[in-house]
Ligand binder design. Structure first.
Ligand SMILES: NC(=O)c1ccc[n+]([C@@H]2O[C@H](COP(=O)([O-])OP(=O)(O)OC[C@H]3O[C@@H](n4cnc5c(N)ncnc54)[C@H](OP(=O)(O)O)[C@@H]3O)[C@@H](O)[C@H]2O)c1
Length: 193
C-alpha cells in the first residue's frame, strides 16, 4: 500500500513508518516543513495548502499530526494550539481528500484515551460516552472533524491511543527526568484535567 502520513516525524509516526516500510509498504511523509526528499511532501495544517502531487496514488492516510501535549505548560495559548492543530488540521486534510476524484479508501486518524476523561476506576470501552473537560472536548471535535469522509463512504478509524511509553520521547521521557513516582502521578493528573 501507499500510505500518506502526517506526524511521521513524531514518536508514534516514526515507529509506525519504520514498521510499515519494514513490511513492504510505501510511506509518503506529509510534513509541515517543505522537503526535497523523495519520500516527503508538505502541507500547511492551518490554511490547508498542500504541495502539488501530495495525494497522488495513495491508498490510505494515517493522520497523527498535532501540537505536543506532553511538553510545556498548558497556557491558554498552548491549549488553543493543542486544539486547533488537531481540529483545524483534520478539517483541512479532510476537505482536500473530499476534493479528490478518487480519494483513498481508508483514513486512520489519531485520537486519545483523553476522550474519556478521568472516570476513576470505571471500566471504559469504545462504546463509553465521552468525559468532560478540555481533552475530552478536543477529542470529540477532533474525531467529528473526519465525519464528512465517512459520509462520503471512506472507512474512518479513530485510534484512541493510550499513553505511549518510550524512553526517547513523549510522557515517559518527561517522567524519567524527574525522580520518584510522584511525578508520574502529577503528569497523569495534568493530562486528565
Ligand atoms: N504519545 C502519546 O502518548 C499519545 C497518546 C495519545 C494520543 N496521542 C496522539 O497521537 C498522535 C501522535 O502522537 P506522538 O506522540 O507521535 O506526537 P508527537 O511526537 O508530538 O508528534 C506529532 C507530530 O505532529 C506534527 N506537529 C507538531 N506540532 C504541530 C502543530 N502545531 N500543527 C500540526 N502538526 C504538528 C509534527 O510533525 P511534522 O513536523 O512532521 O509536521 C510532529 O512530529 C498525536 O496526535 C497525539 O495527540 C499520542
Amino acid at each position: 500500500m501507499h500510505v500518506l502520513m502526517t506526524g511521521s516525524s513524531g514518536l508514534v509516526g516514526s515507529a509506525l513508518t519504520a514498521f510499515l516500510e519494514g513490511s513492504g509498504q510505501t510511506v509518503r511523509r506529509l510534513r509541515r516543513a517543505p522537503s526535497d526528499a523523495a519520500d516527503s511532501t508538505s502541507w500547511n495544517p492551518s490554511d490547508g495548502t498542500f504541495a502539488p502531487g501530495a495525494f497522488d496514488g495513495i491508498d490510505a492516510v494515517v493522520h497523527l499530526a498535532g501540537e505536543s501535549i506532553a511538553s510545556g505548560r498548558w497556557s491558554a495559548a498552548r491549549k488553543r494550539r493543542i486544539r486547533d492543530s488537531r481540529v483545524t488540521g483534520t478539517q483541512r486534510l479532510c476537505e482536500a481528500l473530499l476534493r479528490l476524484d478518487e480519494p483513498p479508501a481508508v483514513f486512520v486518524s489519531a485520537s486519545a484515551i483523553g476522550f474519556y476523561g478521568d472516570r476513576g476506576a470505571a471500566r471504559l470501552d469504545e462504546s463509553s460516552a465521552p468525559g468532560t473537560g478540555f481533552l475530552p472536548h478536543v477529542c470529540r471535535e477532533w474525531e467529528a472533524a473526519a465525519a464528512p469522509l465517512r459520509e462520503r463512504g471512506l472507512r474512518v478509524v479513530h485510534l484512541r491511543i493510550g499513553i505511549v511509553l518510550d524512553e526517547s520521547g513523549g510522557a515517559l521521557k518527561q517522567m524519567l527526568r524527574r525522580s520518584g513516582s510522584a511525578s508520574a502521578v502529577s503528569w497523569g493528573r495534568a493530562i486528565s484535567t
